[in-house]
Design a protein around this ligand. Structure first.
Ligand SMILES: [Zn+2]
Ligand SMILES: [Zn+2]
Length: 347
């Protein structure tokens, strides 16, 4: 059968290609009719020319969801009609996978080109054949664009584990973009008291509408605001959800004097600095924690958070949706500052 998919060449123009998928499924394979795929920062920044290391030709997209159409003879965990999203859980047999670090799988799909020399996970495609083991079933009453948050939510679950967040703790999330809002929601789910600092009016409104305390950086210096809020004490944790030198500097100042923890959730291009000296980190016993990626356990936790609606991602999906043939316009929209996730409709 034919698969229509989006891909990028070095010219950074998004095109639609057609390739042949096998008509027969192997015993553990599943034919998924893709409904949607959201455009991740890693996708649109490559389209912008900021992530040349990701490889070309790139059939990107990894935040997709769809309906199971057909299953192979040995498949037992999903059935036709189920809503599924893809968790890139690695090969399972390389050294990294066996250590539980599936993000760094040596054979990871998308990191190495496929037999046709194409990189990526073919998320922006109308049909896909996937191995049963990478599919996560989600509640069928979710909007597929919400189910497509499986991977971003999983990366947040990974970050929360690394941060070792406790229910009584205070957290500031810097940045109310898509990933800032997912971080804020998962932190709140875990019992933390969460405040979000942001500069864009649209994002401030979204954060407020979801019941968060916000710091409007247009009105107040965010560091001063955090000091006021905490009687000069600072907060236990700061999650930096924007890749910026200024945000990194603010995070340190927002933290409590001793034993504060800073989670660097976002990458930035151009690369941001950590604008403080190591003696400060030493004397204040600050923990600077990096996070990236996720593993099978994080995908499971994310699937549950979404399916039970413990978190709500409906407000961080842009209402205007795009078709596969409009992928160039979709990338333009996704890369416009202030946008939440832009969704491609694939079927
Ligand atoms: Zn993503
Ligand atoms: Zn592996």
């Amino acid at each position: 059968m034919k698969q229509r998919y989006e891909y990028l060449e070095k010219d950074h123009v998004s095109k639609v290609g057609v390739r042949e998928l096998p008509d027969e499924l192997a015993p553990n394979e599943v034919l998924v009719k893709q409904l949607t795929c959201n455009i991740c920062t890693t996708d649109y920044q490559q389209w912008m020319g900021l992530r040349e290391h990701q490889g070309y030709p790139m059939a990107g997209g990894h935040e997709g969801a769809g309906i199971v159409e057909k299953i192979g003879s040995a498949v037992t965990t999903v059935k036709p009609g189920d809503l599924v999203a893809v968790g890139n859980v690695g090969c399972g047999i390389c050294e990294a996978c066996r250590m539980g670090d599936t993000t760094n799988c040596e054979n990871k799909k998308g990191r190495v080109p496929n037999a046709e020399g194409i990189y990526g996970q073919f998320g922006f495609a109308d049909y896909n054949i996937r191995n049963e083991r990478v599919l996560y079933k989600l509640s069928s009453d979710l909007d597929p664009a919400e189910a497509g948050f499986l991977e971003p939510v999983a990366t947040v679950c990974k970050g929360m584990k690394k941060l070792r967040l406790q229910p009584q703790e205070t957290v500031v999330v810097i940045g109310a973009g898509t990933m800032g809002m997912v971080n804020a929601q998962v932190a709140r789910c875990l019992g933390a008291r969460v405040t979000i600092s942001e500069i864009m009016p649209k994002k401030l409104e979204t954060a407020k509408s979801m019941g968060f305390d916000v710091i409007d950086c247009n009105e107040k210096d965010p560091v001063e605001a955090v000091k006021e809020m905490t009687n000069g004490m600072g907060v236990d944790c700061v999650i930096v959800a924007v890749g910026s030198t200024k945000a990194n500097a603010q995070a340190l100042e927002m933290l409590k004097k001793i034993d504060g923890r800073m989670l660097l959730f976002a990458a930035g291009y151009p690369v941001p600095d950590l604008p403080f000296d190591s003696n400060v980190i030493h004397y204040r016993r600050v923990e600077i924690i990096g996070t990236f990626g996720e593993n099978a356990e994080d995908f499971s936790m994310a699937a549950k958070l979404l399916s039970t609606r413990a978190i709500d991602v409906s407000k961080i999906i842009e209402p205007k949706r795009f078709k596969l043939d409009d992928c160039q316009a979709a990338f333009e929209a996704a890369s416009t500052p202030g946008m939440y996730r832009v969704c491609l409709e694939l079927n």
